[in-house]
Design a protein around this ligand. Sequence first.
Ligand code: AHR
Length: 509
Amino acid sequence: MKKCATLLLAFLVHASAQAAEVTIRIDASHPGPVISRYLYGQFMEHLGRDIYDGAWVGPDSPIPNRNGLRLDVLQALKDIHVPVIRWPGGCYADEYHWRNGIGPPDERPVTLNMSWGGIEETNAFGTHEFFELVEAIGADAYVAGNLGTGSAREMAEWLEYMTSDSHSTLAELRRANGRDAPWRVAFFGVGNESWGCGGNMRPEYYADLYRQTAEFLKVSGERPKKIASGGHDALTTWTEALSQVRTNIDGISHHYYTTPSGVWAAKGSATEFAEGEWISTLSRALRVEDHIAAQEAILGRNDPEGRIGLYFDEWGAWYDATPGASALYQQNTLRDAFVAALHFHVFHRHAARVRMANIAQSVNVLQAMVLTQGDALVLTPTYHVFKMYVPFQDAMSLPVSYDELPDYVLGQYRVPSLSATAARGTDGKLYASVANLNPHEAAEISLTVAGAPLKRASAQVLTADAMNSHNTFAVPGAVQPKPFGGIVVAGSTLKMTLPARAIVMIGID
Ligand code: AHR
């Protein structure tokens, strides 16, 4: 009896140390929808140190800059091929009056940013500075209009100022302020979170305001895509009301933030967490798929021809405030890299309807790409996922399935232990990424590709010593991608051992 127990214990120890074995199948002969590059979009708001003392330090700063825009931030954003930036909010969009942010900087009024602590807003960063930023990194502009304290007229005039090639007084004012050629506004949003900070409206009331406002958002050149401000999380009433708008609508926005606890008053720490909050955060991140499915069902009924896209123009991890730091500043760990990767895998699966996503936010705020301190800049683990996933931009999605995918379970939480995505890139190559959510166990993976010959594979892996590993100004390279060897190509299958808590991005010839 005693011998049996010892043998059983030895077997269990061996079994738990052994890597789980999973077959992942990619069907390269049945491509799905194109993964819009706009799923890799960014969001910048006049909040904390996202813009001021973040992307923009002013032309007189000793920090190397181009007309006030930090060169290192510009380069970092350029390197991840940022396709679009949404600005100026967020909640701030509904109190922003564009005329305050044009003209000689020393003549611009000082206003108060009542959305974010009533701090003084110099308006030094305005329309011209925003377009210099997007043009410098090669991104498109997504301008969020002010519906809350603004008007259809104010939005229409802003559009005229930005896009008119005429000799109207507003177009001439833009020229007098230093910009001759019109800018291209690719996307224009009407308000933000109108169910809350944007005016506490009911969806039906907002839908009528949207109908009225969008009618007057006319431009003589290329018409921007017009985005209505929608709901959040599992809420569907906004998508229901807005998908019944028949004209002047290209997208409905939706917001989803991930917290470890699901409780806003005590969300959880960005860096000090145990495994329970690793899995709870990843489990909550994965809920985005249910939220998308709920909106898709409504859009499928009200807009079967697919005119209207779903725009996740705010998403990301949100933790408890960092003591002593600027508003919504938070560190970013390996866990955040997983939050990003899991969102992308979900967005790819729903690329037919999800046409834009903008992580909140780019610099020093929430799930940021980069953190700055004086003249130093740190790339976050989230940044590295954006960089590794560049080949997915505008790639053709490919169906992925699994043979017996084991769950990773802890307490009340259960998530699939692996998450994979695949696509054929614009360069014709196959790309696949696999994330191992289990923080302790490696996974033996057979990646089988049907419908495409395989010659060789090269890969990068993002992992770290601990779930909460992060990059600091003292140690900026604690979490960064490294070359991943050990992929064996055998016929139509790639075999590899994926380490625990690792994301591997594979390019296949
Ligand atoms: O991203 C921070 C804030 O979160 C935005 O201003 C608002 O739209 C959302 O509630």
